[in-house]
Design a protein around this ligand. Structure first.
Ligand code: SAM
Length: 346
């Protein structure tokens, strides 16, 4: 009997190792798909431990591959584990895990970018947003080319309380390229502070919990890997539509070495740029000579609130996009040059 006096009923029976599964099912990593596997079960156990208390939890694992993290989740006393894997080659190995944990593992052959997890678990798991997080967790080690767009999509879902967040403040434990993990968690003033830091931190409590050296993966990726934990905040730090916040933050960080007024200016058409940027900064009470990385979330909150008022006053303002204007001007110039050439020929 275990020291706690409680018998664990959920440990998996003895199984071939992940390395053996890879051999058995010929699961060579597809380099072009950035497949790097975690074979060390101490590391996969650590990721799962850091996800929080998973007893009786409903877990959604994205991109299980040969199933290392999957095993650790199944060993954590969860009620149900749903995995979504895009590459068919992994399905038989996952099926073997499912047979070893009857009734616990649901395997979906699909794409996490389109899978509707909001329909996957019982309605009864839903918790009011203000309550503690629901017993639903997302865990995954995906290719970096998928995890970054996915977290941006999920941040928007958090702001709308839809997608995986129909259950409430669903927690996520995900891996990223180490530099991206550092950016996600970077504080005001730090070198890594970026668009992602602000977008993630106005909506979530973000923790870069640990780093896994590249050599722990097979094959070894070019970079180290950061494990990041997200808990959506009860009250977002900026209460404006996601797209509006994204626009302000994106504009500020497009000139990351310049003073913040430079990027903010691009929110406005050229004819009113100087005056409107001055008004925005004054009403938001933000020093125009702060650099983008020096702006705190509360600076961004004031900027977004004032920009929102300006958009309400001028309904065309939000649609203004200086890049499109540049493109239009470039095309116009090209057309003019073509006309000039045509005239010259005539
Ligand atoms: N999680 C496993 C591990 O840690 O060993 C595999 C990691 S590997 C970096 C990423 C896995 O995600 C692969 O199995 C790959 O096929 C899968 N994957 C990639 N893109 C996906 C997508 N859009 N939807 C579902 N699975 C995806």
């Amino acid at each position: 009997m275990a020291a706690s006096g409680k018998l664990s009923t959920s440990r998996l029976p003895p199984l071939p190792t992940i390395r053996e599964i890879i051999k058995l099912f010929r699961l060579q990593a597809a380099k072009q798909l950035s497949q790097n596997f975690l074979l060390d079960l101490r590391l996969t156990d650590k990721i799962v431990r850091k996800a929080g208390n998973l007893t009786n939890a409903y877990v959604y694992e994205v991109g299980p591959g040969p199933g290392g993290i999957t095993r650790s989740i199944l060993n954590a006393d969860v009620t149900e584990l749903l995995v979504v894997e895009k590459d068919t080659r992994f399905i038989p190995g996952l099926q073997m895990l499912s047979d070893a944990a009857p009734g616990k593992l649901r395997i979906v052959h699909g794409d996490v970018l389109t899978f509707k997890v909001e329909k996957a678990f019982s309605e009864s798991l839903k918790r009011p947003w203000e309550d503690d997080p629901p017993n639903v967790h997302i865990i995954g080690n995906l290719p970096f080319s998928v995890s970054t767009p996915l977290i941006i999509k999920w941040l928007e879902n958090i702001s709308c309380r839809d997608g995986p967040f129909v259950y409430g403040r669903t927690q996520m434990t995900l891996t990223f390229q180490k530099e991206v993990a550092e950016r996600l968690a970077a504080n005001t003033g730090s070198k890594q502070r970026s668009r992602l830091s602000v977008m993630a931190q106005y909506l979530c409590n973000v923790r870069h919990i640990f780093t896994i050296p590249g050599q722990a993966f097979v094959p070894k990726p070019e970079v180290d890997v950061g494990v990041v934990h997200f808990t959506p905040l009860v009250q977002p730090k900026i209460e404006q539509p996601f797209k509006l916040v994204e626009k302000v933050v994106q504009n500020v960080f497009q000139f990351r070495r310049k003073y913040c007024h430079r990027g903010l200016g691009m929110l406005f058409p050229e004819a009113q740029r100087l005056e409107s940027t001055g008004r925005l900064l004054e009403l938001a009470d933000v020093d125009p000579t702060l650099r983008p990385s020096q702006l705190s979330i509360s600076h961004f909150k004031s900027l977004c609130d004032v920009y929102r008022k300006m958009c309400d006053e001028d309904p065309q303002l939000f649609a203004y996009n200086f890049r499109e204007e540049l493109k239009r001007r470039k095309n116009k110039n090209e057309e003019k040059e073509e006309d000039d050439a045509e005239n010259y020929r005539l």
